[in-house]
Design a protein around this ligand. Structure first.
Ligand SMILES: *Cc1c(COP(=O)(O)O)cnc(C)c1O
Length: 716
């Protein structure tokens, strides 16, 4: 980071001997000097090149107005202002938190000024680095010898082998040097929360509005288990979102707790609408407790926030009204809500402390922020037993954490601070808004069909749009609650023709899987594909070129479709999977084929019914897992599921919600669950390449779908 911008628009500096000298000095010191044309140019430069580490201006020519604009972009960026001997700086500036240093034009001072600029630059960089990352950089720079793990010894061992050298050259020297042992005392310890690691967690807590934060280096999968193991003792009852991540299913298998399921609503498109307010009421919970064997009043509740489709709850209401003293929001998908006002009611750490309640929020830092995979955070607000909590933390942690992951978690937090952080999130939202408007515009101008976006009619300004009762026309959820669920603008769901949000199917349709394959062939990977919708995440890494690339690819699809192009030429990979099937097929013919199959099987109705009933819980997931270990399992064809107890969770992706949990049994009443699974299998058989991925279901070489059930049959 060594770019200095010199604003010399009025040639004040050019004629100035001291400044010419200064430029030379700075270049000698390794600074790269750029000279913007005008103020606009400069501001764009600062905005687009985060490596600019200082600005040199003539105070009289630019002065205060420019400083205020620089401040809006980055309030920490050092500004070096040159004054005539008789001018005085305007003192209004002292109102602003900004870094301005004043110098006078005087001959013979260049060396001194250049040195001071270097020092201020160092301070600027040092100040922005969060504590552990700073300590890690310093440690690596010092290049100490160690005689401890890891065995590659800062990369030396790799370079003693041909294949190791390839690995070393690929990842680079710093990756190796920053991979260090817990024995390095000056970096403290993640597991003991000491030294720079403790500072990092405190820094993160302050940044995210938590009372206490924990860095977890093996994903929110682990964060969820840590929170659950602590908050729900053996024998207790927990209220848990049926739309939970599999890590929570694993929690239920690991620890002997009784789940009471919170069933999310769904719309005909197959999106999850979240849990209704009624389901969270004291009355409903009491009913569930009464109907569930071994259940007592829940000590803990887990809610997936946001849903996969980008729906966020008004968490303020839930925290206040849910009659449970410990509430965990699994916010794996939304680590950014604290940082923009449109999420004020929807961000768990914006909840004020509530006496007698503890609020947990877990976030996958790596999912939508800039951090390495597995970077995760636990945030806590409320009173809890730190020692006991840390015991569960350690139970799930490795004693050799990866420091690069820790540092990236902390850096993700640092990136969100101050004006640069605000702009980052605001930009991501604005980019998603632009994309939404662009698709709308193309739809209006298009001849014939075009893609649509799942959003309200009016999307003038960026906000989280409420799913209001009476507006099912766009959202499709019957019996929506007011002021309860909101659509996040950065989660963009594109709709393909074929089905309306309210469930009516049209004669012709383009199943989304087809579009997803088309995009994939063009290097665009979709986050999630439903029957007639595709989800795209507009995270902070999405820039305009990516967004425009997507728009272009969608237009290309329309052209290929309208021109009746062949599957063979447009989707070569699909064709290669089964040339016989796809030899003569056009894109529209394939689309209509799958569309008709979906129509015949009444997919929307079947999906609705499948998720409306829960299979019978014969035992808890914990008991089922124990029984699997002691008595073993049988593998049966999926059609033979009724009457047997599932050993594994069955979860079709999409929609990503478990249909059957370990310990559950499909009975006559829950027959639609089976019908739905069978239909998914049938589509996959009929159209190779379009099989739905169903976790827990194995496809054998002869094309059978098989599932694992407990060997022991349930008692009649
Ligand atoms: C991805 C995800 C997790 C797990 O997070 P990892 O960081 O991948 O371990 C937990 N909960 C939800 C809701 C998720 O989507």
């Amino acid at each position: 980071m060594n770019t200095l911008a010199i604003m010399d628009t009025q040639d004040v500096f050019h004629q100035n001997q001291p400044i010419r000298e200064l430029k030379n000095r700075l270049s000698e010191q390794g600074f790269q000097i750029v000279c913007p044309q005008d103020a606009r140019d400069l501001l764009q430069l600062i905005d687009h090149d985060p490596r600019v580490c200082g600005v040199i201006v003539d105070w009289e020519a630019h002065g205060e107005a420019l400083c205020i604009k620089i401040n809006e972009i980055n309030e920490k960026l050092p500004v070096y202002a040159f004054l005539n001997g008789h001018a005085t700086p305007d003192l209004n500036l002292s109102q602003l938190p900004m870094a301005v240093w004043f110098f006078e034009y005087a001959p013979g001072t260049a060396a001194d000024i250049a040195q001071r600029i270097q020092q201020y630059t160092r301070e600027y960089i040092d100040d922005m680095l969060p504590p552990l990352t700073r300590a890690l950089f310093t440690y690596v720079r010092e290049g100490k010898y160690t005689f401890c793990t890891p065995g590659h010894m800062a990369g030396t061992a790799f370079q003693k082998s041909p294949v190791g050298s390839l690995f070393y050259d690929f990842f680079g020297a710093n990756t190796m040097k920053a991979d260090i042992s817990v024995s390095v005392t000056e970096l403290g310890s993640l597991l003991d929360h000491s030294g720079p690691h403790r500072d990092a967690e405190q820094y993160i807590a302050r940044t995210f509005g938590a009372e206490q934060s924990y860095i977890v280096t093996n994903g929110t999968s682990t964060s969820n288990k840590i929170v659950g193991m602590y908050a729900a003792p053996a024998g207790s009852t927990v209220l848990i979102d049926r739309n939970c991540h599999k890590s929570l299913t694993h929690l239920l298998m690991m620890t002997d707790i009784v789940p009471l399921w919170l069933k999310p609503t769904r719309n005909p498109l197959g999106m999850l609408g979240g849990i209704s307010r009624a389901s969270l009421s004291e009355e409903r919970i009491a009913q569930q407790v009464a109907q569930t064997p071994r259940a007592s009043w829940p000590v803990h509740a887990v809610i997936t926030h946001s849903t996969y489709d980008g729906l966020l709850y008004n968490v303020q209401h839930i925290a206040r009204d849910l009659p449970v003293s410990s509430i965990h929001f699994d916010a794996a998908w939304v680590p950014y809500t604290y940082f923009h006002p449109i999420y004020a009611q929807l961000s768990a750490m914006r909840i004020e402390r509530i006496p007698g309640k503890v609020i947990y929020e877990t976030q996958s830092t790596h999912k939508l922020l800039a951090a390495f995979s597995q970077a995760s955070m636990i945030h806590i607000k409320g009173d809890y037993d730190r020692q006991a909590f840390n015991d569960t933390y350690k139970m799930h942690a490795s004693t050799s954490p990866n420091y690069a992951i820790v540092a990236s978690t902390e850096t993700a937090a640092a990136m969100l601070r101050g004006n640069p952080g605000k702009r980052l999130i605001a930009r991501a939202i604005e980019r998603a808004m632009q994309f939404r408007r662009e698709i709308k515009r193309l739809r209006e101008e298009s001849d014939g069909w075009f893609f649509d976006i799942w959003q309200p009619e009016e999307i003038a300004e960026p906000r989280c749009w409420p799913l209001l009762p009476g507006e099912e026309g766009w959202h499709g959820f019957r019996e929506a609650d007011a002021d309860h669920l909101f659509l996040d603008p950065v989660k963009v769901t594109l709709l393909t023709p074929g089905m309306r949000a309210t469930g009516e199917m049209s004669d012709e349709g383009i199943p989304a899987a087809l579009v997803a394959k088309f995009l994939d062939a063009r290097g665009i990977v979709v986050e999630k594909t439903g029957p007639y919708h595709l989800l795209f995440l507009f995270s902070i890494g999405i820039d305009n070129t990516k967004a425009m690339g997507l728009v272009r690819a969608l237009c290309d699809f329309k052209r290929a479709y309208d021109n009746q192009q062949m599957v063979k030429s447009t989707l070569p990979t699909l064709y290669a999977q089964s040339p016989d099937d796809y030899q003569q097929m056009t894109l529209p013919a394939l689309a209509q084929g799958i569309h008709r199959l979906i129509q015949q099987h009444e997919l929307p109705r079947l999906m609705q019914q499948a998720f409306d009933v829960l299979p019978t819980a014969v035992m808890t997931p914990y008991q089922a897992f124990q029984q699997q270990l002691t008595d073993g399992v049988d593998t049966v064809a999926i059609g033979d599921l009724p009457g047997r107890v599932a050993a594994a969770m069955l979860l079709p992706l999409p929609p990503g919600v478990p249909l059957v949990m370990p310990g559950e049994m499909i009975t006559e009443a829950s027959r639609p669950v089976l019908d739905f699974l069978l239909m998914l299998c049938r589509i996959g058989e009929r159209y190779p390449g379009f099989a739905t991925d169903i976790h827990g279901v194995q496809r054998t070489d002869d094309g059978q779908y098989r599932v694992r059930v407990l060997r022991q049959r349930p008692r009649e």
